[in-house]
Design a protein around this ligand. Structure first.
Ligand SMILES: *[C@@H]1O[C@H](CO)[C@@H](O)[C@H](O)[C@H]1NC(C)=O
Ligand SMILES: *[C@@H]1O[C@H](CO)[C@@H](O)[C@H](O)[C@H]1NC(C)=O
Length: 97
C-alpha cells in the first residue's frame, strides 16, 4: 500500500478517535426496567448525534430506544394514541433516560 495513504489514514483515524461523540445504545428498554437488548456505547459518525426516543401510551412511558442517529431532529408526534418523542443531544452519554 502507498505510504502516503497510510499516513493520511492514520492521522484521520486518531483525530476522529479523540473527537467522536459517545452515545448510549439500547434497542429495547421497557418502562422503568433496565435495558433488555442492544445495551452499549456507539461512536457518533459524521452527521450523527445521540438520540433518545421515548414512546408513551396514555401518558405512560412504554419503551425507550437509544442510538447514534444520523440527521437527528428533536421531534414529537402522536400516532395511534402513542406519542413518540425524539430527543437529540451532543454531549457524551447525554441520551440516557
Ligand atoms: C434538541 O433539544 C435539546 C434540548 O432541548 C437541545 O439541547 C438540542 O440542541 C436540540 N437538538 C437539535 C438537533 O435541535
Ligand atoms: C385512542 O384512544 C381513544 C380514547 O381513549 C379511543 O377511543 C381510540 O379508539 C384509540 N385509538 C386507537 C387507534 O387505539
Amino acid at each position: 500500500m502507498d505510504k502516503r495513504f497510510l499516513l493520511v489514514f492514520s492521522l484521520f483515524c486518531c483525530i476522529e478517535a479523540v473527537t467522536l461523540l459517545k452515545c448510549i445504545t439500547c434497542h429495547l428498554r421497557m418502562k422503568s426496567d433496565r435495558c433488555r437488548r442492544g445495551y452499549g456505547v456507539c461512536l457518533a459518525q459524521r452527521d450523527e448525534s445521540c438520540m433518545l426516543l421515548r414512546i408513551y401510551k396514555d401518558y405512560a412511558l412504554q419503551l425507550s430506544y437509544m442510538v447514534c442517529q444520523r440527521f437527528c431532529r428533536n421531534l414529537t408526534f402522536t400516532f395511534s394514541n402513542r406519542t413518540y418523542i425524539h430527543h437529540c443531544c451532543e454531549a457524551d452519554y447525554c441520551n440516557k433516560r
